[in-house]
Design a protein around this ligand. Structure first.
Ligand SMILES: CC(=O)SCCNC(=O)CCNC(=O)[C@H](O)C(C)(C)COP(=O)(O)OP(=O)(O)OC[C@H]1O[C@@H](n2cnc3c(N)ncnc32)[C@H](O)[C@@H]1OP(=O)(O)O
Ligand SMILES: CC(=O)C(=O)O
Length: 536
């Protein structure tokens, strides 16, 4: 069945805490949602603020291929005749083909919030819908608090829908505004409304009981054909139904037609694009589009996935443009190692004994506090060392680092290192902006003449975590360092009860890894490594 998608990321989504978009962001997101094949894009409430007003003005220049831009507002305010209500007039001035308005369904909202009679509220609804229809707009009527209103006073709730319908509303959208309705009850109520009203029924769910997507699906099951939601589940309080999950479920599970299977493959990238503009991370475990949505960690899972991915995946990740990942940890089995080696294209270059040794080494390292899941560069180094035993490039003889602070003068840090390269001793002393910088400079001084290619490796992030705190300042720490060589990024990890030693080990591993990569010209490894490294 054809189900119409209505995205309110730019309106209800921005009612979520920490979600805010500039006019430029809103324009970019509108275009992106249009490309994704969304049917309606609710851009904001034009009377609410200058930003939303400007957005609708600028959006006139957008050449949308598919979506209908929608302006949102309220039924006329009780004190104003509809033709003089600034909120209603601003909706017309937005010049969108579609207007959505919310009206009161719940009797206490009419009497206690608006302070008007139940009858007068019906007039507000009918006046506003009719006025907008008379001005040639498609009207989506959002029945705010429909389910709470129905449970409080069913006859009155239904009469508000009748008022909107008789005035010409094109869609009657049932809103679970407080997000408190349980799925079975919501389905019962939708089925009653479906029997009573023909035409397009919509659903708008909030996630206060963590049921917004399930409730949306249940409503569709009862005959609703217009679904509202926000990308990444943004929205007031606990958010709205996550539209990316709703779309994926409708398309991939139920065979309904929304954006179509081809555009569905852009779902993950669009969700991440919007999160990027919102400056919020997509939660790793977000269904369908999150980084962990198809990430396998337990050895038992990975071993089965290697035989057939359907064993632990409910759909193929590519259906929604996501990808399968395998994580490394102390919960890994041989399967995890095999998977990675196959990914690197070297499944057959390591003997079974070497694979088992690698797994044992990994488990010991995890026990000592290394977290290879976040530092696949360190794992790659272990693999390459297993492939080319004895290839170390340089050996660390010693390192020394000291920071001097006198009075209020800026501190001074100097490091000295001694290395053995091809049987010759090299040493360097350098001052830096802190110990890591001083050590880094020394290392480069010692080896760059022999290995000039390491000049491109630079630190991009540095994180320290105390592994267990019982020893206070003497506790063991894990240092995770991210690196980039202008082509890709990767992370290495060091563990020690001395933060400088942990940092130094992560630094040395990153440089060794780069040298190993340059020495091993096997392109299949190179390509596979790029798959886990992230672009820069
Ligand atoms: C369920 C939803 O999510 S609805 C959308 C909610 N979104 C927002 O509120 C974000 C945008 N809101 C705003 O910018 C502002 O609240 C404005 C510009 C709309 C109104 O601001 P103000 O005029 O200062 O009013 P305020 O926000 O304090 O109160 C809301 C007013 O709208 C009235 N109102 C609320 N719902 C409706 C409705 N469906 N129809 C008519 N009037 C309504 C209220 O009675 C109240 O008016 P009152 O103060 O005369 O009683
Ligand atoms: C209209 C709307 O956003 C709601 O009822 O939640």
């Amino acid at each position: 069945m054809r189900i119409w998608t209505f995205d309110t990321t730019l309106r209800d989504g921005t009612q979520g805490e920490a979600v805010s978009f500039s006019v430029e962001d809103k324009l970019l997101i509108t275009q992106k949602l249009d490309e994704l094949g969304i049917d309606y894009i609710e851009g904001g409430w034009p009377m609410s603020n200058p930003k939303d007003k400007e957005f609708f003005l600028k959006a006139r220049e957008l050449k949308l291929k598919h979506a209908k831009l929608t302006a949102f507002g309220a039924t006329r305010f009780a004190r104003n005749p509809v033709e003089k209500d600034s909120n209603v007039l601003a909706l017309l001035e937005a010049e969108t083909p579609v207007i959505s308005i919310f009206g009161k369904t719940w009797d206490i909202h009419a009497t206690r919030v608006l302070g008007i009679s139940l009858e007068e509220n019906l007039t507000l609804i009918a006046d506003t819908v009719r006025f907008l229809k008379d001005h040639g707009r498609e009207v989506v009527y959002d029945a705010e608090h429909f389910f709470d209103g129905y449970q409080a006073n069913a006859d009155y709730a239904l009469s508000t829908l009748e008022a909107a319908k008789e005035a010409g509303a094109d869609v009657l959208c049932l809103c679970d505004t407080n997000g408190g309705t349980l799925t079975h009850r919501l389905a019962e109520i939708v089925s009653i409304v479906r029997e009573r009203f023909d035409g397009i029924l919509g659903i708008h769910c909030h996630n206060d009981c963590d049921l917004a997507v399930a409730n949306t699906m249940a409503a569709v099951d009862q005959g609703v054909t217009h679904v509202q939601g926000c990308m990444n589940g943004y929205g007031e309080r606990c958010g709205n139904a996550n539209l990316s999950s709703v779309i994926a479920n409708l398309e991939a599970k139920l065979g309904h037609s929304t954006i179509g299977p081809e555009k569905l493959t852009s779902l993950t990238s669009v969700a991440h694009y919007i999160a990027e503009l919102a400056n919020l991370p997509v939660p790793a475990g977000q269904p369908f589009v999150g980084r962990s949505a198809f990430a396998h960690k337990g050895g038992v899972h990975v071993s089965a996935v290697l035989k057939d991915s359907i064993t632990y995946e409910h759909i193929r990740p590519s259906v929604v443009g996501n990808r399968q990942r395998v994580l490394l940890s102390d919960l890994s089995g041989r399967g995890n190692i095999l998977y990675k080696l196959q990914q690197y294209g070297i499944g057959d270059r390591l003997k079974d004994d070497a694979k088992r040794e690698l797994l044992d080494r990994m488990k010991t390292m995890e026990y000592l506090g290394y977290e290879l899941e976040a530092a696949e560069g360190t794992f790659e180094l272990l693999v390459r060392e297993a492939l080319q035993p004895g290839m170390h490039f340089f050996e660390v003889v010693s390192f020394e680092v000291g920071t001097r602070m006198i009075g209020s003068r800026p501190s001074e840090t100097t490091a000295t290192i001694i290395l053995r390269i091809n049987e010759a001793i090299h040493s360097a002393t350098a001052s830096g902006e802190g110990p890591m910088n001083a050590l880094d400079l020394c290392l480069r001084q010692c080896i760059s003449a022999t290995y000039p290619a390491i000049a491109s490796v630079r630190l991009t992030d540095y994180k320290v975590r105390v592994i267990s705190t019982e020893k206070g300042t003497a506790s063991k720490v894990r240092v995770l360092v991210e690196w980039s060589d202008h082509r890709r990024s990767w992370a290495t990890v060091g563990v020690s009860d001395n933060v400088l030693e942990a940092s130094w080990n992560a630094l040395v591993d990153a440089i060794r890894l780069e040298l190993m990569r340059l020495a091993d010209k096997d392109e299949s490894i190179e390509k596979a490594v790029e798959d886990y490294c992230w672009g820069v």
